[in-house]
Design a protein around this ligand. Structure first.
Ligand SMILES: [Zn+2]
Length: 155
């Protein structure tokens, strides 16, 4: 069985709202969201979600699936268990953070780029999440415990 699964409709609903509210520049970019049923740990930290820009080969391979007929521009990988345990507000925070990683070069023929962050979160996100700065850490703790329980029941 493939570790990735199609997302539930609520992911697309939240993504749409987040794009409309915060990322007008991304109009025209095609997003593919996938659930990851396995945990992804980077430098000892659970990645609740991650985003990647689609290279030309992947874009070509997804040509028939994307609405624009040209293929996807970004892939958003979401930890399926994290999404399950996230509150409605956390779901918004999660996707909004991932979309902050996008960088649009509107003059470029291939405008859909990415950027990193040197601190845990982006300045604008820190302000928006000021009422609950711990949200990602708390969600990671719950999600990691759920992963460990699942792994235990697999064997
Ligand atoms: Zn990030």
């Amino acid at each position: 069985m493939n570790r990735y699964e199609p997302v539930t409709d609520d992911v697309l609903t939240v993504l749409k709202a987040v794009r409309e509210d915060h990322f007008p520049d991304l109009q025209g970019a095609e997003f593919l969201c996938v659930f990851d049923t396995k945990k992804k740990v980077t430098k000892g930290k659970l990645e609740l979600a991650s985003i990647s820009a689609v290279d030309e080969m992947k874009k070509f391979l997804t040509m028939d699936d994307a609405m624009n007929g040209e293929g996807y521009d970004y892939i958003v990988r979401i930890d399926k268990l994290a999404w399950h345990y996230a509150t409605g507000e956390n779901k918004v925070r999660l996707l909004r953070h991932e979309l902050r990683h996008t960088r649009v070069e509107s003059e470029n023929l291939k405008p859909w780029k990415l950027r990193g962050h040197t601190i845990e979160d982006f300045q604008s996100e820190i302000r928006l999440n000021a009422d609950n700065v711990q949200w990602a850490m708390d969600l990671a703790t719950v999600t990691l415990a759920a992963h460990e329980q699942n792994e235990g029941s697999d064997s």
